[in-house]
Design a protein around this ligand. Sequence first.
Ligand SMILES: Cc1cc2nc3c(=O)[nH]c(=O)nc-3n(C[C@H](O)[C@H](O)[C@H](O)COP(=O)(O)OP(=O)(O)OC[C@H]3O[C@@H](n4cnc5c(N)ncnc54)[C@H](O)[C@@H]3O)c2cc1C
Length: 435
Amino acid sequence: MSWGFESEPEVARELEWVEEFVREEVEPVDQVVEHAWNPRDPVRNALIRPLQQQVRERGLWAAHLRPELGGQGYGQLRLALLNEKLGRTHSGPVVFGCQAPDSGNAEILAHYGTDHLKKTYLEPLIEGDIVSSFSMTEPHGGSDPTGFRTTAVLDGDEWVINGEKWFSSHALFAEFLIVMAVTDPDAERHRSMSMFVVPADTPGVERVRDVSVWGHDEPVGTHQYLRYTDVRIPADHILGERGEAFAVAQTRLGGGRIHHAMRTVGLVSAAFEMMKRRAVSRTTKGRRLADTQLVQEMIADSWIQLEQFRLLVLRTAWRIDQYDDYRRVRADISAVKAAMPKVLADVAGRAIQIHGSLGISKELPFGKWVLESFHMGLADGATEVHKINLAQALLRGTEPDDGLFPPYLLPTLRAESRERYAEVLAAVADEEGTP
Ligand SMILES: Cc1cc2nc3c(=O)[nH]c(=O)nc-3n(C[C@H](O)[C@H](O)[C@H](O)COP(=O)(O)OP(=O)(O)OC[C@H]3O[C@@H](n4cnc5c(N)ncnc54)[C@H](O)[C@@H]3O)c2cc1C
């Protein structure tokens, strides 16, 4: 049996290098790069590309990918420890070649793309030369994909796509979009949609609005509202079988969600560290904030939440490694996904409180992180939907009890035990002379 909470020395050394590299090289870049995903930004390219090269030389590039795709064949557990280090930065995932949504889109292309699609899009995506977008959510609702209205109709050897998509993150920078559309409206609802690769410059792809979100300060919003009008793509740009979009989407969403959670551990840890530093640095009424019990409670509660969350993430990563099948860990991933926003909101919120007016100011990042927690409660599926999935999985296989009262009623259990041990109880009572 093996059961441990330590990294092998070789992994520990590698994590130490990552920790230092992120602090010394990546965090300063965050302060001057507007959007690390934008490959057309010369400042970004001048600063980030040399760092990417260092990561490659170190053998840590795109560590989430299987070796046949140029990755390191890292297990998810090791990846979790690496991602924790990147989580407190904006540029870190891009510097290490494992940023969403490109990481998930690469997985889809690797699984389902033709050789031509792999050559044209997967290879430069993995190299970090281009970025991509995942275009699934629609303006009239995202939580229920069975209600999507965008259509794709086969016309000769081309698919013709019509419809609108909402919050297609990074479509602004993307070379291609992965689009989910209804192809078989009369089929069973989970077999009615297919997934496609749409080159971003295809005629008919229109950016209706560049939607920005609170908490992100880019000059142009990076969540695109897109309209697809008679967008024609070759028939072989379908990913997977016709009607298989839900299965294809799962290929990317499972990994995407857990990787995001791994990075969130890093973000929460950063808030926690700053909270502790302020608590021991700031004094009030002649003593440190850290010496007041209510502040101590905030520190203790934050550590408990962070560590519980971290263990859940690591356990889930370990289970992914064990089974190598995302369907078997869907409930675990839903649990992690549902837990993530609250941990970040609570800890970043306490970090604001402990830092006082400075904490809420734009001179510290906590306000942005609290808002980030709301992004996390929506992107890749709303928290409620994940809780429903989790609860359904947990309830599956639990049989109803007969009778008005449950069989685990204490008087019932006591009577059963008394009957079972009647002879022993009687013998002891005789010896003791008790009735
Ligand atoms: C930062 C960010 C990035 C995103 N990036 C992308 C992207 O790249 N590509 C993409 O396609 N989409 C993206 N999205 C969209 C995201 O997938 C959707 O926001 C999400 O699926 C929820 O859909 P919705 O926003 O339409 O909310 P709705 O479906 O309208 O739901 C609104 C609210 O209703 C509640 N609710 C919904 N269903 C249930 C239920 N069954 N039971 C109980 N309550 C429920 C929840 O509180 C939910 O938040 C992104 C979102 C964010 C915030």
